[in-house]
Design a binder for this molecule. Sequence first.
Ligand SMILES: [Zn+2]
Length: 245
Amino acid sequence: MYILTIILLVILIIIGLAYYFTVWSKTQIFGYFPYSIKTDKKIIALTFDDGPNPPYTNELLTILARHNVKATFFLTGKRLSKFPELGQALVKAGHIIGNHSYSHKFTKNFTSLSFETEITRAQKVIEEITGKRPALYRSPWLFRQPWLLRNLRAHGLTPVAGFFSSSWEAWHAAPKIIATDAFKTIAPGRIIIFHDGADINLFSWDNYRAGSVGAIDLIIPELKKQGYEFLTVDQLLGVAAYQTI
Ligand SMILES: [Zn+2]
């Protein structure tokens, strides 16, 4: 019994350390992986992951245009090939597009430490469809390790983390619940993560993002009232959004 408890404790500690080093937003131990900048200015960057995903990406386009806000969308290559016109619409509207891997499959991290195919395949699709070669990359689950970070540098990509807006997003909660929770996370200089798509499509409702979209429509006017300004990730971090082709 005693031995079993020790083994269990060791396993838990290993899982905890693995989480801390490779997934937690703030970990910088393997290299630069920015999630915010130090500032007193009321500026933030809104980001959206896992799209494009109609009709939610379309609705976000309308909402962001109505509020005159530019955001950063981390797209997967696979979904962009399915909905190319949405990627083009994002660029046309002045939003920034970043690379969020090709397939978003976590298991691919274990078959290729450099994540080479996932990175380059997505870069190729994004460039072919939008005419832009991204300089920003966000890992699925914010997963990082030295081999991946080295490979991103080799491809001219800046890794981007951020703060998850609300865990209620995963449960497809109502806009008000997600918005109220997100306000606890929003602070000057932060990159905030929302989702217009879904990383896992186990159930038919995984792609349902009405809650997140509705939350954005509540959050922006309130933040504007508080004096906030909205920057894209490249503007906030002072880095390039795209590479020259
Ligand atoms: Zn994702």
